[in-house]
Ligand binder design. Sequence first.
Ligand code: S3P
Length: 439
Amino acid sequence: MMELVVAPACSALSGTVRVPSDKSMSHRAVLFAGMANGTSLVRDVLDSADVRSTISALHWLGAGVRVLGGGPRGLVLEITGWGDRGPTQPQGPVDCGNSGTTARLLMGVLAGWPVRVTLTGDSSLSRRPMRRVADPLRSMGARVDMAGDGTLPVTVHGARLSPVAYASPVASAQVKTAILLAGLRADGTTTVTEPAPSRDHTERMLPAFGVSVSRESPLRAAVAGPVALTAAEVTVPADPSSAAFLAVAATLLENSSLVLPDVAVNPTRTGFLGVLERMGAEIVVRPAEPMGTEPIATLEVRSARSLRATRVPAEEVPSLIDEVPILALAAARAQGMTRFEGVGELRVKESDRLEAVRSGLEAVGVPVRAGADWLEVTGTAALQGARLSSLGDHRLAMTWAIAGLLAAGRTVVDAFEAVDVSYPTFRDDVEALLGRRLA
Ligand code: S3P
């Protein structure tokens, strides 16, 4: 386990960084290519532990994956899908590592094929709820065996599927996508309705692979099966969730001026920009050429003169679900008390993020309270360095590293290597923008 020592920043963040490619879109692009008939070309795929989990799962399931190149923007992959042949029966379990997206999406992909596949994961993923996907897949006709508490290892016994009209109790793009992907193998129309709109990359990307998705409202998506995917060319833009860490750091460090090009600004992902704007952040969003159906922008961030607290209501949460830890850090430097509502889902992410954010902020001297599904953070002028842990959660590792730049004295982040899950070059990028080593 790697510990990161962080000294107070002393300097501003300035310069331009193209943050790594979007994790959600990278998973989908390689997965859809692996399912398709023909050979797809996928450019700028995030080269991180999570996406590697999806790539190696595809390999074990019989897709051909060739790495044509790799550069600062990500991997260039040529992927020959299993298409109409379907996935091959793997010899052993498929390891999904730390990646909830890999495990949940694969459950849906496998449910309609004559295979029996066991999915495993690391200790964090093995604690996360899988019943939310297993139940609707069972109602479509698949058999899904799980550990007693509804966790991994999960064994999917594929079957002939019937379509469903599923009203999901949770706004989750992983649940929605798993059911839609299973629906591609069912005879008829499969519909998913959500309580609030979750990220819609699946709905936007499937048409590039020749599958139409009907969307009567932002809360409902439907596919008509049976239908096969056909190979496509897809390029993945930069990840707004990764950009959020640097945007908050530049907002909070005096005299900063940061440019983040090529960032996906799909409205189902950019709730954090609205929150930061309400708090008084200075972020200009300059629209750029869209990539396929995904809107893109350059974000220009300058330090804020001062920040004020805000309320983040439950309706806003799905559009910023992965940004709550870093927004809570912004709130720790704002005037007044910021309240996040309807954030109970954070308890079942890569860690119990609600409790982890509460205890981490408390450790650096911030008045903070959390309930079953809310978080209240009261801003304070002075943070003090402390020993913090990522708990193996990438988004906590990055939040605590930035807290260390703001705090007086030395901060230590245990298990910092968790950043490899979504942003392996985080430290290099921050050091380049600061013009110095972190410690
Ligand atoms: C993701 C959906 C979200 C998000 C995760 C990625 C996806 O999870 O938190 O980081 O790619 O579909 P939920 O579907 O559990 O909300």
